[in-house]
Design a protein around this ligand. Structure first.
Ligand code: B12
Length: 499
């Protein structure tokens, strides 16, 4: 059968292209099952979906629904496909969480709950052979005007998943500069995470079950991308790249043994590894690590079930930095019950790890389907989502402040973190500057936007530049004034505390 898989465009057009690993995996699987598949990634290029769907004339349209940012585009694609009589299946994390709405409001004929490869294969097979679809596990559909959920589908064994065939898209058009590399592409070597962080989708979507893919498959993809597309950097999108030392050393060794010119980065948890492990990671090409730190307040760490402590956070940053790895700790601001004292602790922790890292800040976004979302809805602090229109509107309110401090305080703290990140002077950063090695820096980001003009067109790039300029001015405004508030959170002192 003929299938088109579509990544809808984010509302603002400001998002970078989205490395469609999920769609690539489904496409690679359906191709090996003998189907004719096409990927249309509207986050990468604003190609007309109408022209492509009409010309390709698929038997099924698949839409990837990851975030509420792409609601409007997803709806348009659904409506157009339906106007041509083509059935539509939705998938991805957000689709699984709002399957009911997608079906009842008529945007989807089917929703894949969880992983899409095998449910899609079985659905096509059933439709082709006029078999009952109600027996296919992991699917939601309409039956007698009501949502019908088939049996839950067990997670696929990593070895059953396909090796990703990147030829469905142009990998180079997604590549971007990162630490010590100019053409970095996302790959993944596992799914799920055993942790229980209350703000993360993992518990509902992956049931905290971590599944590793066979290392050979991942290495095959890496070789393909380096040898055939000149990719020189990889970011492992795995939620948790390694759960323990055995896995870490096995993977590092295998990456090193490829003897190919690339570096890489990953997500890790603090508290799992020590300096010698980070040193081995560096030796094997690791140049950057994201640690989800979230907050410096022990109270909030406990409340969100993070399972880490501030001493462990500082230790991990000191040790990984000593090994030469650039660190990107991420912080979330605006948690429920977060008070002045908690935020002061976050600021203090950031100052402590600043010499070793490049901190990132985010406003809290309660993702639908998470434990945090349910708690906020139950506490009447957030409206329950009952329509896509409301979901779309909620995006504008993303970054709500659920804390006990005024919104302005949160904005001022956020702006300082962004500023520290931009002006970071950690030894690793300075060394890279000295060697003039590519790394994520505003200048590089600006260059990437300018380079994307031929692909995205001036009409798409100019609003992005204007938006970034406005955001930048806001940051300057928030860090320049508000003396009292700055004093309250000890933001005015920039020197870092002793560790
Ligand atoms: C790579 C990545 C990105 C990339 C690309 C996103 C993409 N297209 O997937 C970038 C950096 C652009 C990105 C951006 C964002 N991301 Co992101 N990202 C990831 C990351 C690290 C890996 C995703 C991945 O590639 N997994 C591997 C593939 C194989 O799995 P998959 O994508 O889940 O796909 C499978 C299923 O979902 C399903 N499926 C997916 N699509 C479809 C379509 C159909 C038709 C079907 C049937 C099935 C199906 O089948 C696939 C194969 O098994 C995840 C964390 C994680 N490890 O999952 C976060 C994650 C997906 N991102 C997340 C978020 C919140 C965002 C942002 C909204 C962040 C923000 N505030 O701006 C934006 C949204 C961008 C947008 N335009 O909408 C959340 C989503 C949570 C949720 N919705 O509940 C995650 C889970 C991180 C987290 N822990 O919070 N992200």
């Amino acid at each position: 059968m003929k299938v088109i898989l579509i990544n809808p465009m984010a509302k603002s057009n400001r998002e970078p292209a989205t490395f469609p690993l999920g769609l690539l995996s489904i496409a690679s699987h359906l191709k090996r099952c003998g189907h004719e598949v096409k990927i249309l990634d509207r986050t990468s290029k604003a190609t007309s979906y109408k022209k492509v769907i009409k010309k390709f004339a698929p038997d099924m349209v698949g839409i990837s629904f990851l975030s509420s940012k792409s609601t409007k585009d997803a709806i348009k694609i659904s409506n157009y496909s339906h106007s041509l009589g083509i059935p539509v299946i939705y998938g991805n994390t957000l689709a699984s969480a709002v399957a009911d709405i997608l079906l009842l409001d008529g945007y989807a004929d089917y929703v894949a709950l969880g992983e899409g490869e095998f449910v899609f294969e079985e659905l096509l097979e059933a439709l082709e052979n006029k078999k009952k679809v109600e027996n296919i596990p992991g699917l939601a559909l309409l039956k007698d005007g009501k949502t019908y959920y088939t049996e839950p589908r067990p997670f696929a064994d990593g070895s059953a998943l396909p090796v990703i065939d990147w030829s469905f898209v142009d990998p180079v058009s997604y590549a971007r500069p990162s630490y010590e590399c100019k053409k970095m592409v996302f790959v993944y070597s596992s799914k799920g995470c055993p942790a229980r962080c209350s703000f993360c989708f993992n518990e509902t979507f992956h049931k905290r079950m971590r599944r590793a893919r066979p290392l050979e498959d991942v290495l095959t993809e890496i070789c393909d991308l380096v040898e055939n597309y000149g990719v020189d950097g990889f970011f492992f999108g795995d939620e948790l790249w390694s759960v323990g030392k055995k896995e870490l050393y096995e993977k590092c060794r295998a990456l090193k043994e490829l003897e190919l010119p690339f570096v890489w980065g990953c997500h890790l948890r603090v508290g799992l590894f020590e300096q010698e492990d980070y040193e081995y990671m560096y030796e094997c090409g690791c140049r950057w690590i994201f640690f989800g730190v979230e907050t410096g307040s022990p109270k909030i760490l406990k409340q969100i079930n993070k399972g880490t402590d501030t001493d462990g956070i500082i230790k991990a940053h000191r040790e990984a930095h000593a090994a030469g790895i650039a660190l990107l700790p991420s912080f979330i601001l605006g948690f429920p019950d977060e008070q002045e004292e908690d935020l002061r602790k976050t600021v203090s922790l950031i100052k402590k790890i600043a010499p070793y890292s490049n901190p990132k800040a985010f406003y809290l976004s309660p993702l639908i389907g998470t434990q945090l979302y349910s708690e906020l809805v139950e506490g009447n602090l957030l409206d329950e989502i009952y329509s896509l229109k409301q979901l779309d509107a909620q995006w504008n309110k993303m970054g709500h402040n659920f804390s006990d401090v005024p919104r302005k305080d949160i904005k001022i703290i956020y702006s300082h973190i962004v500023w520290w990140s931009i002006t970071n002077r950690s030894p690793v950063t300075m060394e890279r500057k000295r060697k003039k090695i590519g790394f994520s820096h505003p200048a590089n980001a600006l260059l990437a936007v300018l380079k994307s003009i031929p692909q995205n067109g001036v009409r798409r790039v100019i609003p992005n530049l204007l938006y970034s300029a406005t955001e930048f001015l806001k940051i300057i405004y928030y860090i320049s004034f508000f003396k009292k508030i700055k004093k309250k959170y000890v933001l005015h002192k920039t020197e870092s505390a002793d560790v």
